[in-house]
Design a protein around this ligand. Structure first.
Ligand code: NAD
Length: 422
């Protein structure tokens, strides 16, 4: 996914993250000292580490692990492998994780990691070597009580298995709770694969209730047909919605009468893209965002809804399954036009929530049924939506600002209660 990352308006996302925090802090009238503490990461580790490549020569890679805030619990956040990773990007993503975990009220702070590498240029053995050495280099920071990585762009369950094994080898016994997003066979959780999409659907059902826009019969357009997008399509169709348009990196397809997500999935598995699906019209990716629909689910990349297309978005509700799909300027345009936004730190928090369940199960060595996981996820997502919606109504602010206010408030309270040591 990451190699296709495109940035239409490319603001420095660390500056954006700080600006979003500043706005919430202002609305909450946060103490100046507290603002200074929360606006920067607590810890940043940069590592330059060697990997022996398959032909015997040695390459040196650079990686980062950033912990933004630990007031509410250990750091939680993914590790991405991408050639464009920067320290600023990792900082922003770590800060967003702090707010996301606080927004859904799970007991974690925010962290993120990244390695500057194009993983498609490495063999599997080289990737394993890179992962194991990177784990070794960041092991002073990580651990089930300190900082718990997870998959992100270009990392997956296998990557997590290598990290878990390396960390366990150092300690001499199995420590499955050091990462989440692991394969089920070594302590992964049922329901994790579907969790992000399922959480998105729970927030959409809540939004439909407060807005009086039923999901049954709603027309949905989805950008991105990967983990989040394709599963959201399936779950929304099960709720009676009509999926009218979807897209992937090759383009989009539309059928106002509806697309069957399971058939589109099968087509994509066979042909590598949704494009060409029978009885659909091919459209561009940009067209999908502007499709005639009630609900738009961006589930691909950051910076997709921009000042160039925000005024042409026709959906009544935008549910941000992706991280950062809307630029701050576009956000304002949508808000002015009365589009109801379910912001990313709320909308896609189902993933980290089931990661939290995975960690709880690992720590207790007691594994839950999928039914219990989905019910618990619903409870957390519904409560989080309720808190954010209530905040937006009480302060007459947009849902994104409200989500930040809920989250920053919780982190500020924890930080204040703990006080400054020494
Ligand atoms: P993925 O790699 O499984 O899927 C990404 C999809 O986007 C693919 O279908 C790809 O073809 C498509 N895509 C790429 N470029 C595109 C373009 N220009 N236009 C339209 N589609 C394009 O990734 P994912 O895990 O589904 O993640 C998608 C988004 O959701 C990301 O922003 C990610 O950060 C966010 N997210 C995912 C999770 C999770 O648990 N998977 C959790 C939280 C947030």
């Amino acid at each position: 996914m990451a190699s296709q990352r495109q940035v239409a308006e490319a603001p420095n996302i660390w500056a954006v993250a700080q600006q979003q925090f500043d706005e919430a802090a202002e609305k909450l009238d946060l103490d100046d000292g507290l603002r200074r503490v929360l606006r920067v990461p607590k810890r940043e580790l940069t590592v330059n580490f060697p990997v022996t490549m398959d032909d015997g020569h040695v390459e040196v890679f650079t990686g980062y692990r950033v912990q933004h805030n630990l007031a509410r619990g250990p750091a939680k956040g993914g590790i991405r492998y991408h050639q464009d990773v920067t320290l600023d990007e990792v900082r922003a993503l770590a800060m967003w994780m702090t707010w996301k975990c606080a927004c859904v009220n799970i007991p974690y702070g925010g962290g993120k990691g990244g390695v500057i590498v194009d993983p498609k240029k490495l063999t599997l053995r080289e990737l394993e070597g890179l992962t194991r050495r990177f784990t070794t280099e960041i092991s002073p920071l990580i651990g089930p009580d300190r900082d718990i990585p997870a998959p992100d762009v270009n990392t997956n369950a296998q990557t997590m298995a290598w990290i878990m094994d390396t960390f366990s080898m150092h300690n001499g016994y199995t420590i499955s709770g050091v990462v989440t997003g692991k394969p089920i066979a070594i302590g992964g959780s049922l329901g994790r694969n579907e969790a992000t999409a399922r959480g998105t659907v729970f927030t959409l059902l809540q939004a439909s209730e407060v807005l009086g826009v039923p999901i049954r019969g709603a027309r949905v357009a989805i950008q991105g047909f990967g983990n989040a997008g394709s599963i959201a399509a399936t779950l929304l169709a099960q709720e009676g919605a009509t999926v009218v348009a979807v897209s992937d990196s090759s383009g989009g397809i539309v059928n106002p009468k509806g697309l069957d997500p399971s058939k589109v999935n099968a087509w994509k598995r066979e042909h590598g893209t949704v494009v060409g699906f029978p009885r659909s019209e091919t459209i561009s990716n940009a067209d999908v965002l502007e499709a005639d629909c009630d609900v738009l689910v961006p589930a691909a990349l950051e910076n997709q809804i921009t000042t160039h297309n925000a005024s042409r978005v026709r959906a009544r509700i935008v549910a941000e399954a992706a991280n950062g799909p809307t630029t701050p300027e576009a956000d304002e345009i949508l808000n002015e036009r009365g589009v109801f936004m379910i912001p990313d730190i709320l909308c896609n928090a189902g993933g980290v929530t089931v990661s939290y369940f995975e960690w709880v199960q690992d720590m207790q060595s007691f594994f839950w049924t999928e039914e219990r996981i989905n019910e618990s996820l619903k409870g957390i997502m519904d409560r989080a939506f309720g808190s954010v919606y209530e905040m937006s109504q009480r302060h007459e602010v947009a849902m994104r600002t409200a989500a930040y206010m809920v989250a920053v408030n919780r982190v500020a309270e924890a930080t204040t209660l703990r006080g400054l040591y020494p």
